[in-house]
Design a protein around this ligand. Sequence first.
Ligand code: FEO
Length: 172
Amino acid sequence: MPLSKPMQEALNDQIREEFTAFYLYLSMSAHCEASNFPGFARWLRSQALEEQGHALRIFDYVQDRGGTVALQAIPQPAHQWPALLALFEQARDHERKVTASIHRLYEIAAAEKDYGSHAFLEWFLTEQIEEEKTSTQMVDTLRMAGDHPGALLMLDREAGARTAAEEGGGAE
Ligand code: FEO
């Protein structure tokens, strides 16, 4: 069964959302690198690549269903943040926004009786639970660290080490 027009449009919108997240995280990574937080920079760069993966997952799905991919413009992300806490609050808020848009996709899939898309979207729902949890934890620990340079450096090191372990490699 080919994709319905509303489903195809919503999936194309979601590709844009995922690339928007990719761009935002990449910009955040650059900011952290320039601010001497290489651990957070590495973590954010890894998040960016995950978002690119999400976009490509939908890109492939639209094509597998015989639909048309129509890429849209990606908004320019911010490139400066007053503090790490503000940066991670934006990341968490963005994840919440992505979750809401996945929920909207579910509603369209249900309205269109598109059970294939329903099954496809399940992976994203689970992924969003994890991403919201991780970004919320980042915000909470940064809030506890406050303005203490020692605590911030320790969290930076931890974020870098965790990313290296997840990527299965040591320091680059
Ligand atoms: Fe793909 Fe973090 O949303």
